[in-house]
Design a protein around this ligand. Structure first.
Ligand code: TRP
Length: 464
């Protein structure tokens, strides 16, 4: 992203490009936030954590922690008008706070790098399923055939590597060219299309006769099944699904026009993201129950259920293929936003230029992804923290996922909340967020007290 030479107080008339409209910004942020987290991760962690109570905690985390932090991150970006690390430093300077607050952006960048390494592998699974759908593998296939297809994919390092490489190449391609135009255009078409296909899948699921069971599973809380670790996972996922704790929203916010209300925009994005996740749950769980599958099947859940549904419905091969194509696109727009901050930083610190930096970071990330690929087959018995009860049986891939999503993102988010809530002048926030009276007071108290406290309590409980 371009550097401005002068740092105009409050960022007005910053000499860098802006999004072409408020809608373009909303779409870019939605493109980043709606991804594998909604369609792949949310259903499977809900299944693993027993349903309703977990969903309730997740919804509370989105409303009380996620959306307020989303506002704080966009605020920091728009107020600083630079790359995330510089923006935080500038806002800190203007408010006479320590420049060390930059640490939030740094933790976030490391997390982004690690998340992308396995995100690309999962994006590769989705790409592989585009192929399966296109050649008609779903048509009429029963649970066993579908399970076999998935196990065969995971058992083959070569096949996984092929799809992982393809996916990462797509991401590097876009990022190396700079992302504004391509991103704006693609999300305008793809996000609504994904929404429509999800609705079709939900429509089909409603005909399986197990829709009521799925609604119960998702929305009737049974607190017996909720563990404190489950609460941490719900919290971590609220960050993951909204792309928080990683400076992405700061980067995007730095291009946002002054006339846009940050508060309203953040609510729109949060609600859309949550709607996609819940729709995915409503599409998947009826099929799970109708076919006697295991709700807690883990990361393979959607790959073992949706093909079954597509295999039974008219024109299922067509819809199935389309669905996985869109999943790849959703994953792609998110993955771009994961690569962007690190590339921006390398570009600034080296002489490699935009595409050289994108290739270097993409390559390193691709290489780290091989660890996750091998965790599924050759290294499936390698469980380095297996002696700790909670991590029993967790492979390297599971651990990378756990520590980034459930530790690093919440930690970085908490620091952001503390910085914005306690170090930035209240008038400045009031002026910038565009929230009126009561709404501002609610947000201000959430960001100062509720958010940091909630993250801290969940962390401490988990250490005990
Ligand atoms: N939010 C994306 C998803 O749900 C993943 C993602 C993209 C992300 N950018 C991020 C997660 C930044 C954390 C931080 O699939």
């Amino acid at each position: 992203m371009t550097q401005s030479t002068s740092s105009v107080a409050n960022g007005d008339e910053a000499p860098r490009g802006l999004w072409s409209s408020r809608l373009a910004f909303i779409l870019a942020v939605t493109g980043s936030s709606v991804g594998l987290g909604n369609v792949w991760k949310f259903p499977y962690i809900t299944g693993e954590n027993g349903g309703g109570a977990f969903v309730l905690v997740y919804l509370i985390c989105i409303a009380v922690i996620g959306i307020p932090i989303l506002m704080a991150e966009v605020f920091l970006g728009r107020n600083g008008r630079h790359n995330p690390i510089t923006s935080v430093r500038l806002v800190a300077e203007r408010n006479l706070a320590s420049p060390l607050w930059r640490i939030t952006a740094i933790i976030g960048m490391i997390a982004a790098f690690v998340i992308l390494s396995f995100y690309s592998m999962i994006g590769g699974w989705a790409a592989a399923y585009v192929g399966h759908g296109a050649v008609g593998d779903f048509a009429g296939a029963g649970p066993e055939a579908i399970n076999g297809m998935f196990s065969a994919l995971l058992a083959s390092p070569a096949e996984l590597l092929l799809w992982h490489s393809l996916f990462m190449a797509l991401v590097v391609l876009v990022v190396s060219q700079g992302l504004k135009k391509g991103l704006e255009r693609s999300v305008t078409i793809l996000m609504p299309a994904l929404f429509v296909l999800l609705l079709i899948a939900v429509g089909y699921a409603a005909t399986t006769g197990h829709f009521g069971e799925a609604v119960n599973f998702l929305f009737r809380p049974n607190f017996d099944k909720l563990t404190i670790n489950g609460v941490l996972i719900a919290l971590g996922h609220a960050f993951f699904t909204l792309s928080l704790g990683m400076a992405i929203m700061m980067a995007y916010g730095s291009y946002l026009g002054r006339d846009v209300s940050i508060g309203r925009t953040a609510v729109i994005v949060g609600v859309t993201d949550t709607a996609v996740a819940l729709l995915a749950g409503l599409a998947i769980f009826p099929v799970v129950f109708a076919n006697g599958l295991e709700a807690g099947a883990g990361p393979g859940l959607i790959f073992q259920t949706l093909p079954l549904a597509f295999g039974q419905m008219p024109l299922g091969s067509l819809f199935g293929t389309l669905f996985f194509i869109l999943l790849v696109f959703a994953a792609w727009t998110s993955a771009i936003s994961l690569l962007e901050p690190v590339v921006e930083w390398v570009e600034e610190k080296t002489t490699l230029g935009r595409s050289g930096s994108a290739m270097l970071v993409g390559f390193l990330c691709w290489a780290l992804g091989i660890v996750s690929i091998l965790s599924l087959n050759l290294w499936s018995d390698v469980t380095p923290l297996g002696m700790i009860e909670r991590f029993e049986g967790k492979t390297l891939f599971d651990l990378l996922d756990y520590f980034t999503a459930n530790v690093m993102l919440p930690l970085s988010g908490m620091l952001t909340a503390l910085f914005v809530g306690w170090c930035v002048a209240r008038e400045c926030l009031e002026h910038d967020l565009g929230l009126k009276g009561g709404a501002f007071a609610v947000w201000y108290n959430l960001i100062r007290f509720a958010t940091p406290l909630a993250v801290a309590v969940v962390f401490v409980y988990n250490l005990l």
